[in-house]
Design a protein around this ligand. Structure first.
Ligand code: ADQ
Length: 478
């Protein structure tokens, strides 16, 4: 295999930067679910990862990781960051694809920036990819890239995966640049979505745009083809993403001891409810706090017997909706503690911070109930991570029916986050169930744990890449 015969393109390069006191910057590879799933493939093919290093105006020279993966940075200016990333990606596409939880802004300047940055990424990939290479494009920030790349490098096999939901054609129709986006995606040999319903939305949209659609959408894998207009066709399908389940489930005695100590600090006899999210308005953090507050108010939950821990990673903090979400959440935390906490014994523990994976696994393991209540979520890995940490069948998961994970984790206490009563019922059933029906809860957790262990991120990546390889070979044979 020649160098760079497999290229991953994502908005972010998997690197973290560190600035020394004298101002010098260093970059180091940062591990994550996607990175660990793709590393074996990247290493086998002396592969390459193209992306933005996460810092405006500055980028390291391309460098290789210890395993031989080439990290190839794409530079973004402050104006690119504001127009392409904060603007079109996160204030237009993100709310539109999450069913208008907030109103998307349609700005022609942002669209221009989105096109320019997609073109820049495409030029970089075209320059580094080996002849006949496989290129895997990730997510909503880069939807024009497959189309541009197809023009620049018709020899490439191109796959695209969308990590967030794909909306109904009626919502998508609002987008002033809807035709260009669909054309961009159709440059790919296969377009993967999290769920069958997302793939169906895309197929229906393509049909409405007058494109020929054949086959029928499957729960997993490619079942539908859309004619791309240039004699090619793109395969459409569902590939539900997952986590590095074995690594997540492998709790050492130190982890188990740490989890126990954490629980003891919160109160040995108290039922601990946990939320872990990026602080994003799609995640329904405020609504879950309201549900918890009302259960305390009515006496359905006793503040001496329960507490809620919310870990919230800072996210997109310059955008207005994220700032308001943060202040609404923090106000609710203060109010609930003011009403139901005692000095030295808060009823909500809130941390606006990211924690490392070792600590996170201890939180997951110690939590009696996990609350995952997004209004809309492509998948939601937190739900799967919690389940993976409960190989002993302890715990209970309260899960929004609007998280992609709800299609697989059917044994969770599912709820409708738009309906506070539904959330209250699911949470109370889970808390009460722990005491009154431990065997039933253990069975539910066992079923979910087995599912997550058998459907991990490696399966996701290998299934996608097998489908992509078949689609690429079919195109070349035509
Ligand atoms: P996200 O919207 O970021 O991902 P999610 O799938 O839950 O949502 O992944 C979040 C990740 O961040 C998890 O791995 C979690 O452990 C970590 N995390 C969250 N809060 C943390 C904290 N306080 N400290 C440390 N780690 C924290 C997008 C889509 C999802 C889709 C994924 C993957 O929005 O729907 O599941 O991509 O495709």
């Amino acid at each position: 295999m020649s160098d760079n015969s497999f290229v991953v393109v994502a908005n972010r390069l998997p690197v973290d930067t560190h600035t020394a006191p004298d101002g010098t910057r260093t970059w180091a590879p940062s591990p994550g679910g996607l990175v660990s799933a793709l590393t074996p493939v990247l290493e086998k093919h002396q592969g390459c990862w193209v992306g933005w290093p996460g810092v405006v105006g500055d980028a390291p020279e391309p460098f290789r990781t210890e395993g031989g993966v080439l990290l190839h940075p794409v530079k973004l200016t402050q104006a690119d960051f504001e127009g392409f990333y904060e603007g079109f990606s996160n204030a237009t596409l993100w709310p539109l694809y999450h069913d208008l939880i907030v109103t998307p802004i349609y700005s022609r300047d942002w669209w221009q920036a989105y096109r320019e940055v997609n073109l820049r990424f495409a030029n970089e990939v075209a320059a580094v990819a080996a002849p006949g290479a496989t290129v895997w494009v990730q997510d909503y920030q880069l939807q024009l890239l497959p189309g541009i790349l197809r023009q620049l490098r018709p020899d490439l096999t191109i796959g695209f995966f969308l990590h967030i939901p794909f909306p109904s054609p009626d919502l998508f129709a609002q987008l002033p640049w809807r035709t260009e986006l669909v054309r961009g995606l159709l440059g790919a040999d296969i377009i993967g979505f999290q769920l069958e319903s997302n793939a169906r939305n895309f197929a229906e949209l393509a049909r409405r745009q007058g494109l020929e659609v054949t086959g029928s959408v499957r729960t997993r894998g490619i079942g539908t083809w859309v004619s791309a207009g240039d004699g090619r066709r793109s395969g459409i399908g569902a590939f539900p993403i997952s986590i590095a389940a074995a690594a997540m489930a492998d709790l050492t005695p130190a982890d188990l001891g740490g989890a126990e100590r954490l629980h003891a600090e919160l109160g040995k006899e108290r039922t601990v409810i946990l939320g872990v999210d990026r602080l994003d308005y799609t995640k329904g953090i405020h609504q879950r706090l309201i549900a918890f507050e009302e259960l305390l108010e009515t006496g359905a939950l006793d503040p001496d017997q329960v507490c809620l821990v919310q870990l919230a990673t800072p996210s997109r903090e310059r955008l207005e909706h994220y700032r308001t979400t943060r202040s609404t959440v923090e106000e609710a935390v203060g109010r609930i503690n003011g009403r139901f906490g005692r000095i030295g014994q808060p009823v909500v523990h809130y941390q606006h911070t990211s924690v490392n994976k070792t600590i996170l696994r201890r939180y997951y393991r110690m939590a009696d109930v996990m609350l995952v209540t997004p209004f809309k979520d492509g998948m939601n890995l937190v739900a799967k991570e919690y389940v993976a940490c409960h190989g002993d069948n302890s715990g209970a998961l309260v899960l929004s029916e609007f998280a992609g994970a709800a299609a697989e984790l059917t044994q969770a206490y599912q709820c409708n986050p738009f309906d506070i009563e539904s959330m209250k019922k699911a949470l109370r059933d889970a808390v009460v169930g722990l005491k009154q029906q431990p065997d039933v809860l253990a069975q539910r957790m066992r079923a979910m744990h087995e599912h997550v262990m058998a459907h991990d991120v490696d399966l996701w990546a290998s299934t996608f890449l097998e489908c992509l390889s078949t689609a690429g070979a079919d195109r070349q044979a035509q």
